[in-house]
Write a protein that binds this ligand. Structure first.
Ligand code: CAA
Length: 690
């Protein structure tokens, strides 16, 4: 065995040269890895005993892509194109041996190999679209030549990681080798290639599949149409599609030029910068400075949930999905039956759960009317009404019932967890686990650290979140925590704007165009205006009171802020307009024209300001954590990075200037946060506070 460099070895086994990469954590294509591949290929070429080459990786995965941390820096080491050329033009067949994930540049390297083998657990994909990019190392031209245009469109615009068995079926992988025996299997495969004198298969020369799509522009038109909603606002999906069109309509080398040009445009644009930032922000959120990764973890083998409503049921599904038994406690039998029934129906309706999986998951679920059924649970999550007295009562009971060491969690979306913990004799065991609705779908989990929460409880919660597929962000106790507190700032302005002359549909349109899935008034209609509204107490004092009294309670009653047709399409409502007008006049004001710019700035800048306050109060660990919350819990468009990233993008001096202007005319709701003032004065940003 020869060391090519610090991350690459070369060995000759019989007549096969084996290049082994070992660059933790994910063998990303850093300068050292590219140099190692170039050196390995040169060593294989120079050794007459070598008849074929295998490229294999140590550690958890095959090459998982370009090294994203190198993006934007000066190019060092061998260029990826040169490495790929050395592989593709090698006179000796090259076999990629894949385990873990062959992603992005990793799959693109594999696509320049003449053959690809994989273990059954491996996955392949071109996930660049999720970083606001396209595969920039020939992937856009080679993938459609292997899997065909339709599958390439699907893979490249979704970024999905395709399981090895499917890759085999679509020709992306030539052979599966036994799990755990990749190196031996790949060497045996390479020997077979040599013995059978199989040709040097160069993907670039294989044109059948792209030619089949030539003269059929409808393939692309239909795909664009079918996915218009999903791709809205994002540049990268369209750029990926254009590259596949180029693969179909242009010769390979021309297609490569198109790819390179479009890649350059995306790479230098703000969307990809924001999406790459989001990738690292999510991973950064896992790190808690005073809770090291090796902090003890409490085994969680059984979960108890109090409350079998929409929230409790959704939370339960997360644990059942990963094999953890759940007991749900309700106060009444019919509520319990209903809750358990909803969970079963959700599984039965799910496209991903097979019937036998539904049964397996349901077999892990039990229900009870007695809280003492939670005595042997390792984690108990309370998911009942947002009322402090009820929560305190439950936690006092839990304290008496639950075994020592159990974690006592509340799903409150904003109540004071220190106060809840104060009724127990074990405040160190109490934590907030704030799931978002629907809890089995939404990715975000706000983990709320109270004054006395222990590090073990925090670490266990963070690790468990990952296990159930959530993106966890640790936050501190304050009204509304991070997410709802910032939402409050936006909602306040949205409500004020419609009292000045903007219509609800104006506010919604501006926020929708910014990239949110829907605006606050459309959201309110969807959720129902009557949440928390009590008919008997309603005196027509607020716009909501009036709308609810008129039975305009949202989509479910066919009218709310908007009017709805029988297909639930929304139309601006003259009734709402009249109500608003009357309210404004009654308040002694005159409706005025409110510009779209003002709507955007009034709604978004106070969010940035609230984020700054959260940071200076230490309720979020870092600015990027706030962005992770808003992207994954509230639909902030990932290509705009999150409120704090967006503040930096706009310029903190500009945000501050507007806040001061609004403060002068509209009062202290716009008072700038000291941190915003400080950073703006120093010409700094939230990301780089220096
Ligand atoms: N470059 C640099 N660092 C990377 C990386 C990459 N491509 N992929 C992962 N990492 C880092 C992560 O930041 C993380 O670092 P920390 O431990 O310091 O936080 C570490 O590797 C482990 O990553 P995960 O926590 O995500 O580990 P996982 O096991 O859950 O997932 C993975 C592994 C599936 C490979 C996932 O990391 C992933 O999806 N990575 C990105 C893959 C990707 O997008 N590749 C395309 C890159 S762009 C490209 O290739 C352009 C081109 O055309 C040439």
């Amino acid at each position: 065995m020869t060391a090519i460099n610090a991350v690459t070895d070369f060995a000759v086994e019989g007549d096969v040269g084996v290049i082994t990469l070992n660059s933790p954590p994910v063998n990303a294509l850093s300068a050292a890895v590219r140099d190692g591949l170039a050196g390995g290929m040169a060593a294989a070429a120079a050794d007459p005993a070598v008849k074929a080459v295998v490229i294999v990786c140590e550690g958890r995965t095959f090459i998982a892509g370009a090294d994203i941390t190198e993006f934007g820096g000066a190019q060092k080491g061998a260029s990826l194109y040169d490495v790929q050329e050395a592989i593709e033009n090698s006179p000796k067949p090259v076999v990629a041996a894949i385990h873990g994930t062959a992603l992005g540049g990793g799959l693109e390297v594999a696509l320049t190999c003449h053959y690809r083998v994989a273990v059954p657990s491996a996955r392949c994909g071109l996930p660049e679209v999720n970083l606001g990019l396209l595969p920039g190392a020939g992937g856009t031209q080679r993938l459609p030549r292997v899997v065909g245009v339709e599958k390439a469109l699907e893979m490249m615009t979704s970024g999905q990681h395709v399981p090895a068995k499917q890759c085999l079926e679509m020709g992306l992988v030539d052979e599966l080798v036994e799990e755990g025996k990749l190196r031996e299997g790949a060497i045996a495969f390479a020997k077979k290639i040599v013995a059978e004198h199989r040709p040097l298969k160069k993907v670039r020369e294989s044109n059948d599949k792209v030619e089949a799509a030539r003269g059929h522009p409808e393939i692309f038109a239909n795909f664009r149409k079918a996915n218009a909603r999903k791709f809205r606002g994002f540049l990268a999906p369209e750029y990926n599609i254009c590259c596949i069109e180029a693969a179909v309509n242009q010769p390979f080398d021309e297609g490569m030029k198109t790819e390179r040009k479009l890649f350059g445009e995306l790479m230098s644009g703000s969307q990809s910068a924001a999406q790459r930032y989001a990738f690292f922000a999510e991973r950064q959120a896992n790190k808690v400075p005073d809770v090291p990764d090796d902090t003890a973890v409490i085994p969680v083998n059984k979960v108890g949930i109090i409350g079998g409503g929409t929230m409790g049921g959704g939370i339960a599904m997360n644990f059942l999905n990963v094999g953890i038994p759940v007991t749900i406690v309700e106060v009444k039998q019919d509520a319990l039956d209903r809750g358990l029934g909803v969970i079963r129906r959700n599984y039965e309706r799910s496209r991903t759960a097979k019937p036998e999986e539904t049964e397996a998951r349901m077999s892990r679920l039990t229900g009870s009317l007695d809280m003492s059924a939670l005595a042997d649970c390792d984690l108990i999550i309370e998911a009942v009404f947002e009322r402090m007295d009820i929560k305190k009562d439950i936690f006092a009971k839990l304290d008496a019932i639950c075994k020592p060491g159990a974690i006592l969690a509340t799903n409150t979306s904003g109540l004071n967890i220190d106060e809840i913990a104060s009724v127990t004799k074990r405040p160190e065991a109490v934590i907030g686990l704030h799931f978002f609705s629907p809890a089995n779908v939404m990715k975000l989990l706000e983990i709320v650290r109270a004054d006395h929460t222990s590090k073990e409880v925090i670490n266990t919660s963070m690790k468990l979140a990952r296990k159930i597929g959530k993106i966890a962000v640790l936050v501190g106790v304050c009204p509304g925590f991070v997410g709802n507190r910032i939402l409050g700032a936006r909602q306040r302005e949205a409500n004020k704007l419609i009292m000045e002359g903007a219509m609800p549909w104006d506010v919604d349109r501006v926020l929708y165009d910014f990239g949110f899935p829907m605006g606050p008034f459309a959201m309110s209609d969807l959720a129902g205006l009557d949440i928390g509204w009590v008919k008997e107490k309603s005196k027509g004092e607020t716009i909501r009171d009036v709308l609810c009294e008129m039975d305009r309670r949202g989509q479910k009653t066919g009218a709310g802020w908007y009017d709805y047709d029988e297909d639930r399409n929304a139309k601006p409502s003259p009734v709402t307009e009249k109500i608003l007008h009357d309210f404004i006049v009654k308040s002694g004001a005159n409706p005025r024209h409110v510009s779209d710019d003002e709507i955007r700035e009034r709604c978004l800048y106070p969010m940035i300001n609230e984020g700054a306050k959260i940071l200076e109060e230490g309720k979020a660990i870092r600015a990027s954590d706030i962005d992770v919350v808003w992207e994954n819990g509230y639909g902030w468009p990932v290509y705009e990075g999150g409120p704090m990233w967006y503040g930096d993008k706009v310029g903190l001096d500009k945000v501050l200037g507007k806040m001061r202007e609004f403060q002068a005319t509209m009062g202290d709701a716009f008072k700038p946060a000291p941190l915003l003032e400080k950073l703006a004065a120093a010409g700094k940003t939230f990301q780089n506070q220096g």
